[in-house]
Design a protein around this ligand. Structure first.
Ligand code: SF4
Length: 433
């Protein structure tokens, strides 16, 4: 039997889709070239922003129409699964805490017996492996869910409270990845550095887990470790010490700030101030001067004034992010901010966002231009879609470089000299590798 999977949203969804594909292959299913040819279509959904949910609803409607012409099963999973339970054409939904039911659901499809879930509420369980077939990079989820209830965010409602993964299960997955020749891993979590495991007799902080992982991978092909996304409120000095002591931990951090005004940060329930964020950035750079920082910025939160925006601009000027994911606030039913007064008019939100985007573009270009002439280790990721004789590579600082070379180098490390810039991508000369 054949399947086709569509994945929307964050890295966590990508990791979870890779885990579902592993289960499908274990049970003898094979990939179909498109959803139109598949016996089973899986849509792994995102509901963080209204636009993501609208897109997913469009895909469900597309398959509902297709099912009128040919028979297939449509399963919706991910953060929007509960909202799409009754959508036309959907046969089953698997919420994020019910993934462990997937093998039984597949067996039911194979035998044609309708699937009935246990009456008991399923408990979230981490998948044991998340490696996409043929890949030399892998996500490794280490925690799931969120306790923070930022007032604009739907994630704690759809993913539930934070659960940290047993360190021995994390190490087992990493061992497996090393045996498959994986070169880079990325530890994942909604608030990855809030990781906390307590077995009763022993406890592991994020810093302790990092130390364990870097020791574990010393004699393996895994040479780079990243983690996503870090929450500033839980960033400890111990984590910085481990990072600084182990260059295998890449010199790039995605440290979500969301806003530069204390008034807005408090209304968002972010639990840190701009001063604390800036102090953390200063410390990070003291420990690792060559690190790059990226972030998320949310513009147009209810009550935001021009003064609040000016504080965000000021914070951006001080930090100089290498890049930022910038978006404007949109209402999510069920979140606290939906009920707040003083919603910023749409046009004004867009106009403010455009100003922030223009500023970030300028910062990105300034940073990248200053790097020209330097050399940097890179991991060769893929052939350039524009020219098969060129390779797309990524630095430890999360910069993209295009350089000449054969496809046989994909998945290996090289050193390149950064010669010039084309947009936000360097053109580089391969020195070694
Ligand atoms: S920390 Fe805030 S923004 Fe991030 S997932 Fe949790 S509630 Fe959402």
């Amino acid at each position: 039997m054949t399947y086709f999977i569509e994945t929307y949203g964050c890295q966590m969804n990508k990791a979870e889709s890779a885990a579902l594909v592993l289960v499908l292959h274990e049970q003898g299913w094979s990939a179909a070239p498109s959803g139109a040819d598949a016996d089973l279509v899986l849509i792994n959904t995102c509901t963080v922003r209204a636009t993501a949910e609208t897109r997913v609803r469009g895909r469900v409607a597309f398959y509902a129409a297709l099912k009128k012409k040919r028979c297939c099963t449509l399963i919706v999973t991910g953060c929007a699964a509960s909202q799409l339970k009754t959508a036309q054409g959907v046969d089953y939904t698997l919420e994020t805490n019910a993934r462990s039911l997937f093998p039984a659901l597949l067996r039911a499809l194979e035998t044609g017996i309708p699937f009935v879930a246990d009456a008991e509420k399923p408990v979230f369980a981490f998948s044991s492996a998340h490696l996409a077939e043929g890949s030399f990079k892998s996500f490794v989820p280490i925690m799931h869910g969120c306790n923070n209830f930022c007032t604009y965010c739907i994630v704690p409602y759809v993913r539930g409270p934070e659960i940290s993964r047993d360190p021995s299960a994390i190490l087992r997955e990493i061992e497996l990845l090393a045996a498959k020749g994986v070169r880079e891993i990325c530890l994942l979590g909604q608030n990855v550095n809030s990781y906390h495991w307590d077995s009763g007799s022993e406890s592991f902080s994020f810093a302790r887990l990092l130390r364990l992982i870097v020791t574990e991978i010393e004699q393996t092909p895994i040479r780079w470790v990243r983690f996503l996304s870090a929450n500033p409120k839980d960033f400890s000095l111990q984590t910085l010490e481990v990072m600084a002591a182990h260059p295998v931990l890449c010199r790039h951090l995605h440290l979500c700030v969301q806003h530069g005004s204390n008034r807005i940060l408090a209304a968002m329930n972010r639990l840190y101030t701009r001063e604390q964020y800036l102090e953390l950035v200063k410390k990070i750079r003291e420990y690792m001067p060559d690190i790059t920082l990226s972030t998320d910025i949310l513009i147009g939160f209810p009550g935001e004034t021009e003064d609040d925006l000016a504080l965000t601009v000021d914070l951006m000027e001080q930090v100089r992010f290498i890049y930022a994911f910038m978006y404007h606030y949109n209402r999510r039913v069920g979140t606290a901010a939906d009920q707040f007064p003083d919603h910023v008019p749409d046009l004004l939100k867009r106009e403010r966002l455009a100003r922030i985007i223009a500023l970030q573009k300028q910062h990105t270009q300034e940073y990248l231009r200053n790097r020209i002439g330097e050399s940097a280790p890179v991991l060769v990721e893929r052939s350039s879609p524009k020219n098969p004789d060129e390779l797309l590579c990524r630095t430890a600082q999360d910069e993209m470089v295009v350089t000449a070379g054969p496809a046989s180098l994909i998945g290996s490390f090289a050193v390149v000299q950064l010669l010039s810039l084309q947009g936000n991508t360097f053109r580089g000369l391969r020195l070694t590798g």
